[in-house]
Design a protein around this ligand. Structure first.
Ligand SMILES: Nc1ncnc2c1ncn2[C@@H]1O[C@H](COP(=O)(O)OP(=O)(O)OP(=O)(O)O)[C@@H](O)[C@H]1O
Ligand SMILES: [Mg+2]
Length: 257
């Protein structure tokens, strides 16, 4: 299995603050990989570094075995790697209709056949064509996040970086959106790197995960071992205890679906 994403010895420094320290992470093609850790531990910084949005001071990042050079990312990079954030308000322009929002990435990448692709993308995320001419404020939080997912997927990336993609949603809507993501991942053999505060979400969605603290990876484990409590760091155990609903949702037979 080839690595979709390989991060070696990555460091990020903001002014004099070391936000990431020698981080190594490898994610296989088609895998769903989780990142957990307390607030400020560097999870978003890691995704941002991959996307070329953080000041990398050392180490390397490769996508499908091709090293990324510097912080500039090519158009070709964004066809392969897309991000979905927690707050779709921040990523969806308020004055653009869903149609425009979905057309924009197609225009950027010179992809023809917009009509058909937009219809298909809206279908794929469970919103019909009836949503095409709505504005973001005319959508519910869950619908907005579906639009953000459609917008990421419309350029047919192979890797999705998901930063707390459902944390702003109610539990039932969260479960729907997570199930949608999982369904799309298996249909398209996508690779996910997903950040969540909720360890129940991570065990539901990801096969393996890394635990971060103060900019470093302190533990790597499978979701299975996390759910069983077979972990080696006290810090991870505390995260598990602090994660709301983990005990309820983390039980092996019961998931968020
Ligand atoms: N642009 C920036 N300038 C300076 N420091 C930053 C910047 N962005 C992040 N940091 C710092 O880097 C550290 C890691 O931040 P990061 O956003 O990666 O944390 P996180 O694990 O995603 O936290 P959360 O769970 O709260 O989202 C924090 O201490 C943060 O204050
Ligand atoms: Mg974050």
């Amino acid at each position: 299995m080839t690595a979709a994403l390989a991060i070696d010895n990555l460091s990020v420094v903001y002014d004099h603050f070391h936000a990431l320290k020698d981080v190594d992470i490898e994610v296989s093609t088609g895998e769903s990989f989780g990142l957990v850790g307390e607030s400020g531990s560097g999870k978003s910084t890691l995704l941002r570094a991959v996307a070329g949005l953080a000041p990398v001071s050392g180490g390397s990042i490769s996508i499908h075995e091709e090293p990324l050079v510097g912080s500039r990312r090519s158009k070709a990079f964004y066809r392969r790697v897309q991000m979905v954030f927690q707050d779709p308000y921040g990523s969806l322009h308020p004055r653009q209709t869903v149609d425009r929002l979905l057309l924009e990435p197609l225009a950027i990448h010179g992809i023809a056949d917009g009509e058909r692709r937009i219809s298909r993308a809206l279908d794929e995320v469970g919103l019909g064509n009836g949503f095409r001419f709505r504005y973001p404020h005319q959508l519910s939080g869950g619908q907005r996040q579906r639009v953000a997912i459609a917008r990421a997927l419309i350029v047919e990336p192979s890797i999705l970086l998901l930063d707390e993609p459902t944390s702003a949603l109610d539990a039932s809507v969260q479960a729907e959106v997570l199930n949608l993501l999982e369904q799309i991942r298996s249909e398209r053999n996508l690779t996910f790197v997903m950040v969540s505060h909720d360890l129940g979400v991570i065990t539901h969605m990801c096969e393996r995960l890394a635990v971060m603290r103060n900019g470093a990876v302190v533990e790597r484990l499978s979701s299975e071992n996390l759910a069983k409590g077979a972990l080696s760091e006290e810090y991870t155990r505390n995260l598990m205890l602090a994660s709301k609903g983990f005990v309820r949702r983390g039980a092996p037979a019961e998931t968020v679906s």
